[in-house]
Design a binder for this molecule. Structure first.
Ligand SMILES: [Zn+2]
Length: 185
């Protein structure tokens, strides 16, 4: 009960845990030790612009990476790749995120005046509907596109993109070593 708890670190186990001398044969039979990836310099600059620059470019329908090419090929259809720098913007699936952000923003912009008008004037309900429904529809329609562009920039900054392409290549068998061998016979 009174034995010190760290006795295992004072014997041969401690000597084994010490770093081996340069050139010494490792005791574990030459198992390759993990090494950090030195191909990328530790202080390499981020190829992407700063956070708000990327989001702002996307909101302005400009490629978040280069700021020159366009993000959209229509109202909401994202181009397959930037026409200037080739970033595969089309692989970024924003899905439901832009409508969610848009509703969040428009709700916070328009609900306070809704409550204020009701408290100040108490208009009949049809007046509310006549005023606010078109306003909500117009605001959401106008904001959805820049919000989706900013979402594309946000996803780039968060490291999305490319996953679906790699997955498609795996399923198509274009990366051979990872593909299961075909059955023989
Ligand atoms: Zn670009």
């Amino acid at each position: 009960m009174d034995q010190p708890l760290d006795r295992d670190l004072s014997g041969p186990a401690r000597a084994a845990a010490a770093p081996p001398l340069p050139g010494a044969v490792p005791e574990n039979g030459g198992t390759v030790r993990w090494q950090p990836d030195r191909s990328v310099p530790p202080n390499a600059p981020d190829p992407l612009p700063p956070f708000f620059t990327a989001l702002g470019r996307g909101a302005m329908n400009r490629c978040p990476v280069c700021g020159v090419g366009k993000v959209f090929a229509g109202y909401l259809r994202v181009v397959p790749a930037c026409s200037h720098c080739g970033t595969p913007l089309g692989e970024l699936r924003a899905d439901d995120a832009p409508p969610y952000f848009t509703i969040f923003i428009v709700g916070h912009l328009l609900l306070p005046p809704v409550f204020w008008v009701e408290a100040a004037y108490e208009p009949p309900m049809w007046v509310h509907m006549a005023i606010w429904l078109p306003l909500f529809a117009a605001a959401c329609t106008l904001l959805l596109r820049p919000v989706k562009g900013a979402t594309v920039g946000l996803m780039l900054k968060l490291g999305f993109g490319g996953g679906e392409k790699v997955k498609a290549e795996l399923e198509a068998g274009e990366t051979g070593p990872l593909r299961e061998p075909p059955p023989r016979g």
